[in-house]
Design a protein around this ligand. Structure first.
Ligand SMILES: Nc1ncnc2c1ncn2[C@@H]1O[C@H](COP(=O)(O)OP(=O)(O)OP(=O)(O)O)[C@@H](O)[C@H]1O
Length: 440
């Protein structure tokens, strides 16, 4: 393989020299440019493997160059050189498709990490991306799932922080794993952390580590999860549950790309890609003062929304068939050829069911059905779909209320008919309407 080549664009000759020498020590050759125009000329002559560009250049901005490169050389990873502390422009650059950023004065360890990640992308093809996907397929033929798979492949090529939203069980962790598995960090660790599951007084020590004796109970030095994820991806699930003091430290870790273990004298650089997720609306948490706005801004650089299963009912059948096959193999030890199938009525019942627990609930329903069904076919009765739930969605404040109202409207306020349509007794319906504050 030829010696990797970087294009470095900066209007300060000193910085160009410094970066060129550093890259040279890493076995990376460099061509340089002082302006956008010169950078374009260099691109006509050379085929670089990565580009590092300053944000403000004499004849345009680094963002202009980024747009040009994205349009003409979409495979080329572009990293921004930003002024120290100017996270706004770093965030803007990543939103515009930059692979990563490095702050001035350029920290050599950070530059090394960035270049190594970019070079790992070199020569990557679609086939490799698909290989990452087949290990843990994100299933679904709906247009929205197709779009999500394309977006995941794109996100895998950058280092930008991704914030994944969606109800519980919609596949947020699976999406995070795929971004990791299809990207240049695939050989590094993927460290999932459920922020809601860590006791508040231990969060900082768990995330950032501690030194022996830094607090009662700190009997030995302990590495934090940030360090455990070095070279890989840290997945912070249920981020909204992170207590405010830990949010401050997380903000600093993102900005400085380094962490300070509790009781340590100095910060240690960490090379971690951050992906976070929450089933709660983080912007609402910001409004309520429970989540720091500045942190939200840095976490939510690119948002990926995983849709609820009931928003894409066409995915239910293929998912159910795939999950059944997998369950039969792993849990039941059943030969896939002998795996029970779903009756047409059972499929129709699943497609009608609103799945408040999304794909995870579908997995649970099928696992139970597989254990209980006696023949070669899973019938509606084997599914044990909660009767009342059939008309419900998880948020009683919105969708389920609307659904009840339209059903009740349609029944012209005849509660007996409406109750029958909803699969509940008239008394239960009256109680539910009263609880939802709907006039009877
Ligand atoms: N599109 C999909 N294709 C295949 N499996 C899926 C899909 N979506 C979710 N799953 C499966 O459903 C289960 C739940 O997914 P996952 O844990 O990623 O959800 P989550 O949104 O992170 O849930 P929570 O918010 O409760 O942590 C997992 O076993 C996952 O593999």
């Amino acid at each position: 393989m030829h010696k990797p080549l970087a294009l470095v664009v900066d209007d300060e000759a000193d910085i160009l020299d410094l970066i060129r020498i550093t890259l040279g020590r890493m076995g990376v050759a460099a061509v340089t440019a002082l302006t956008v125009a010169e950078a374009k000329r260099q691109l006509e002559r050379h085929r670089p493997d990565l580009c590092l560009t300053d944000l403000s250049l004499p004849d345009g901005s680094g963002l202009d160059l980024l747009h040009y490169l994205n349009a003409h050389y979409p495979e080329l990873p572009v990293a921004m050189i930003t002024a120290h502390g100017n996270m706004e422009s770093a965030v803007a650059a990543m939103k515009a498709g930059a692979f990563d950023f490095v702050a001035k004065p350029v920290d050599l360890a950070a530059l090394r990490n960035l270049v190594e990640s970019a070079l790992r992308l070199r020569g990557r093809t679609g086939a490799l991306d698909e290989q990452g996907a087949t290990d843990m397929p994100l299933l679904g033929d709906s247009t929205v799932m197709e779009q999500i798979r394309v977006l995941i492949a794109k996100l895998a090529r950058t280092q930008a922080p991704v914030f994944i939203t969606g109800e519980s069980g919609t596949g947020k962790e699976l999406a995070a794993r795929l971004i990791h598995a299809q990207g240049p960090r695939r050989d590094g660790p993927f460290v999932p952390v459920n922020c809601g599951a860590i006791p508040h007084d231990l969060v900082e020590s768990e995330l950032f580590g501690h030194k022996k004796g830094s607090f009662t109970g700190a009997l030995a030095d302990k590495e934090g999860l940030f360090q455990a994820a070095a070279g890989g991806t840290l997945f912070l699930d249920e981020l909204a549950d992170l207590p405010l003091p830990a949010q401050v430290k997380l903000l600093r870790a993102i900005q400085e790309k380094s962490v300070r273990p509790i009781g340590a004298a100095r910060e240690v650089p960490v090379d971690v890609r951050l992906i976070s997720a929450s089933h709660r609306d983080l912007s609402q948490e910001v409004e309520r003062g429970r989540f720091r706005r500045d942190l939200f801004y840095r976490i939510d650089v690119i948002e990926l929304r995983m849709p609820a299963l009931r928003e894409r009912p066409e995915d239910i059948q293929p998912l159910a068939v795939h999950i059944l096959q997998q369950l039969a193999q792993t849990a039941g030890g059943i030969d896939p050829a002998a795996c029970p199938t779903l009756s047409e009525a059972a499929i129709a019942a699943l497609v009608r069911y609103p799945f408040p627990g999304n794909v995870r609930e579908l997995e649970n329903i099928l696992e139970r059905a597989l254990a209980l069904c006696e023949g070669a076919c899973i019938e509606v009765a084997d599914l044990y779909l909660p009767a009342v739930e059939r008309a419900r969605t998880p948020d009683p404040g919105t969708a389920s209320t609307e659904r009840r109202e339209t059903t009740v409207d349609r029944a012209r306020w005849n509660q007996t008919v409406a109750a029958r349509a909803l699969g509940m007794t008239p008394l239960a319906l009256r109680q539910r309407l009263a609880r939802l504050g709907i006039e009877q």
